[in-house]
Design a protein around this ligand. Structure first.
Ligand code: NAP
Length: 298
């Protein structure tokens, strides 16, 4: 802990799915929050809760010094397009400037799968001599609107090749709440938390929840992998990204994404949000004006 009474926390990927909620959560804590983005001018208005919006780019080491100087704790994210070597170099830089702790957004099973970038980054953080908490998150509920919203809107279907495998979806807002806790509370050093939702659900079960919450029938299409690849490619998604999605859904299909833990509840003292709560909170994402007016009037 530094001599200064108020801790300073740098949030990387602050405009991202998890980072934006980490900034908001830290707004209620007694700390100075620096929201990091490649384009501070574009992002400034979005961050009421941040004390400062700073320029930070994993690909531009000249941005690291100003962003990291005087920082006690870092919420570290590897944005999907960023090279693992660059993230490792940032880890080394945090140690050099005296950062005390890192909360690293990792993925479930990263400790066992050497092929994942997260495996290598976790090992680098352990070697750097900085305090750390690895947040090994399950599949985010938010993928359902960020990636698959159009299938629900245009075709009333969930279109993912996951067969009848179940997934322990975690809400990105809960991941962020855990991150905020471990960044500012004592007692979370040199730990790894496996962050899942309260239950594992098949996509058939998720479709039923969508139908009930949106007031119209949503089907689980369960496409073949080639059909999934064709549709994602026809929307302009790069092949590498589509194959990454196939890998994730194959993991689910094989029953390897269904482990449920109580780590969110142990850290937050409350249960994680359910998929039903997620769909209710994000229902507008899955409704088109007009067609669903009746449903939203329920
Ligand atoms: N999706 C899941 O289900 C899931 C589950 C477990 C773990 N994860 C892990 O979560 C991580 C992604 O987190 P997320 O979904 O919160 O992120 P995200 O929404 O993909 O956001 C990434 C952010 O990173 C910033 N960014 C992109 N390139 C950058 C660069 N060169 N330098 C600095 N910032 C850059 C962008 O912000 P600016 O444009 O403002 O700079 C962007 O908002 C990945 O490592 C993934 O493996 C994901």
């Amino acid at each position: 802990m530094s001599d200064r009474s108020t801790q300073s926390v740098l949030v990387t990927a602050a405009t991202g799915t998890v980072g934006r909620h980490v900034v908001a959560e830290l707004g209620d804590a007694d700390c100075e929050v620096r929201a990091a983005t490649r384009d501070p001018d574009a992002a400034r208005e979005r961050f009421d809760a941040a004390d400062a919006v700073v320029a930070f780019d994993f690909d531009r080491p000249e941005t690291w010094g100003a962003a990291l100087t005087g920082v006690d704790a870092v919420f570290l994210v590897r944005p999907p397009a960023v090279d693992t070597d660059d993230v490792c170099a940032v880890v080394d830089a945090t140690a050099r400037v005296g950062v005390e702790r890192i909360a690293y957004l990792s993925t479930l099973g990263a400790d066992r799968n050497r092929l994942l970038p997260h495996y290598r980054i976790e090992r680098r953080i352990e070697a750097a001599g900085v305090g750390y908490a690895f947040l090994r998150a399950s599949f985010f509920a938010q993928n359902l609107h960020e990636v698959h919203r159009r299938d629900v809107l245009d075709r009333d279907e969930l279109f993912v090749p996951a067969g009848s495998g179940a997934t322990s979806f975690v809400d990105a807002r809960d991941v962020a709440a855990v991150a905020a806790r471990v960044l500012v509370e004592p007692g979370h050093l040199h730990v790894a938390y496996d962050l899942t939702g309260p239950e594992a659900l098949t996509y058939d079960e998720v479709a039923t929840i969508f139908s009930e919450e949106l007031g119209r029938s949503i089907e689980y299409a369960d496409p073949s992998i080639p059909a999934f690849v064709r549709r994602m490619r026809s929307r302009g998604h790069p092949l590498g990204y589509v194959l990454l999605m196939v890998g994730i859904y194959t993991t689910a299909r094989l029953g390897l994404a269904e482990r449920v833990t109580d780590d969110v509840e142990r850290v937050l003292g409350r249960p994680p949000r359910s998929i039903r709560a997620y769909v209710a909170d994000y229902a507008d994402e899955f409704r088109t004006a007009g067609r669903d007016a009746a449903a939203s009037d329920r």
